[in-house]
Design a binder for this molecule. Structure first.
Ligand code: NAD
Length: 459
């Protein structure tokens, strides 16, 4: 799509937004219902695209990319009237007789840019919030998942007029053309490196941004833990979608006393989950493309400490879950987010040392901790900083829509899901209304006298 076409779309959306229709709650509710119907009626098309793009097992694809959107819409429909209602705030003495309130209003025309790893969910869930808040939206799905991108474009153009919601397909060039436009809000999900490009572009027009980024999410496993149950949840949280999730466990740091046992259990679990030939098992998602495949196999070729798995099939772009033992904090694999089915195992004796190491790295999106020890839980939660902490499970915290989801520092800024998503696309306008009946703040007016000097003491 060229520049003229893109700026025409934005102009049409600005015109439609200024008509005021999208601000009506009844309109927003109707559109959310249409979106839900669109997802349900096109389930097979969506699942087929996800299979083609990522070889996603159908159950996982359904749960993450269809059920999750239906949940988000259902939750939003249940609460939208409450979220959108103006809220009165207390008024200080000097401002009596006056009344203050927050009036939630939509930003206007929003741009939503999505990555490829949950290519349907990560464009649709922010859209649910944008619609609920009363915005128009331009969606830019990831070109790296081309089948899903096409399905998103097809569904949106069938169910919504382009002056309200539209899809711009394409890659870096199209995204950069979009970033030249004067949007009212930008919602970006993707890597920290591109996040910086987005924020720089947004700053040209002072556009507020939400950045949902990634990074290395650590997982600490204390010795005071039911190891089989913990390992099961860690293995699932690492190899789900072949490790291509922003909330994946990136690496584990296991207490020295239980490390050997942990690796033995992980070996058994992996063979139970994915059988003797994981690279040809349809329950294992594949790597998105050749670029990421060679990045990941590059790691595997360069190390000598693979203790489980790590075979690959270039034709199918699949990699068997790999576990690396004796990993050091300074190893190359500890520098970047892995975003694939490779699990480095580090060991520790002193928890303080682990905390120091984690605090020396960019702030993670999630910090996972497995322990039954309340003191250790408190120590880790209070002494580290991350988008969120999940104790004794992996990934599932993402599904609770009462939790604002998002990162901090290198893992992002701003939150979404549920009410937080509604707020991300809403400006809470402060409205103050005063009565003419009495002017309690009468002494504000000049000329200033001795009485004013005296009254200073009172304040
Ligand atoms: P990416 O940043 O490469 O691409 C995301 C989007 O940005 C795509 O739509 C792409 O077209 C666009 N883009 C890419 N390069 C660009 C450029 N130079 N200029 C303008 N636009 C550009 O990210 P990705 O590889 O698709 O996704 C992986 C990353 O996303 C990981 O770091 C992962 O942790 C993160 N992620 C975060 C979340 C979250 O919710 N926090 C969710 C999923 C993925």
């Amino acid at each position: 799509m060229d520049k003229t076409r893109i700026s025409r779309i934005i102009q049409e959306q600005i015109r439609f937004f200024s008509g005021g229709e999208t601000k009506k709650i009844s309109f927003r509710i109707r559109q959310l219902r249409i979106l839900k119907k669109a997802v349900i009626q096109n389930q097979e098309l969506i699942l087929d695209a996800l299979r083609k793009d990522l070889g996603k097992p159908e159950f996982e694809a359904y749960m993450a990319e269809i059920y999750a959107i239906k949940q988000e819409i259902g939750f939003t429909l249940r609460h939208i009237r409450k979220w959108a209602r103006p809220r009165n705030i207390p008024t200080p003495f000097t401002q009596h007789l006056g009344r203050g309130r927050f009036q939630p209003e939509p930003y206007g025309v929003a741009l939503i840019i999505a990555p490829w790893n949950f290519p349907f969910n990560l464009v649709m869930v922010p859209l649910v919030s944008a619609v609920a808040a009363g915005n128009c939206a331009v969606l830019k799905p990831s070109e790296v998942a081309p089948h899903t991108s096409k399905v998103v474009a097809r569904i949106i153009s069938k169910y919504f007029p382009p002056e309200y919601i539209t899809v711009v397909e394409g890659g870096v060039k199209e995204t950069q053309l979009l970033l030249e436009q004067k949007f009212d809000r930008i919602f970006y999900t993707g890597s920290p490196a591109v996040g910086k490009i987005i924020m720089r572009a947004a700053s040209r027009n002072l556009i507020p941004v939400t950045l949902e980024l990634g990074g290395k999410s650590p997982c600490i496993i204390d010795r005071n833990v039911p190891l089989l149950a913990a390992a099961k949840r860690v293995v699932w949280g690492k190899f789900y979608n072949a490790g291509q999730a922003c909330v994946s466990v990136d690496y584990v740091v296991v207490h020295r006393e239980i490390k050997e046992q942990f690796i033995r259990i992980v070996r058994d679990l992996l063979s139970k989950f994915f059988g003797p030939d994981p690279v040809h098992n349809p329950d294992m998602a594949r790597i998105i493309d050749e670029k990421h495949f060679s990045r990941l196999t590059g790691y595997l070729k360069s190390v000598k400490n693979i203790v489980i798995g790590g075979q690959w099939d270039k034709k199918n772009l699949t990699i068997a879950p790999a576990v690396l033992d004796h990993v050091q904090w300074t190893d190359p694999i500890m520098k970047e987010e892995i975003f694939g089915p490779i699990l480095p195992v580090l060991e520790y004796e002193d928890l303080e040392d682990v905390i120091r190491r984690i605090n020396g790295m960019p702030k993670p999106l999630v910090l996972y901790l497995y322990t039954r020890n309340n003191k250790v839980q408190r120590q880790v939660v209070e002494r580290t900083s991350s988008g969120g902490v999940c104790i004794n499970d992996s990934v599932v915290q993402f599904l609770n829509l009462n939790f604002p989801f998002g990162g901090i520092g290198n893992s992002g800024m701003g939150k979404y899901h549920g009410k937080a998503g509604f707020d991300a696309f809403t400006h809470n306008k402060a409205v103050f209304k005063k009565s003419f009946l009495i002017d309690l703040f009468f002494f504000r007016y000049p000329p200033f006298t001795k009485l004013h000097r005296f009254s200073r003491r009172f304040f």
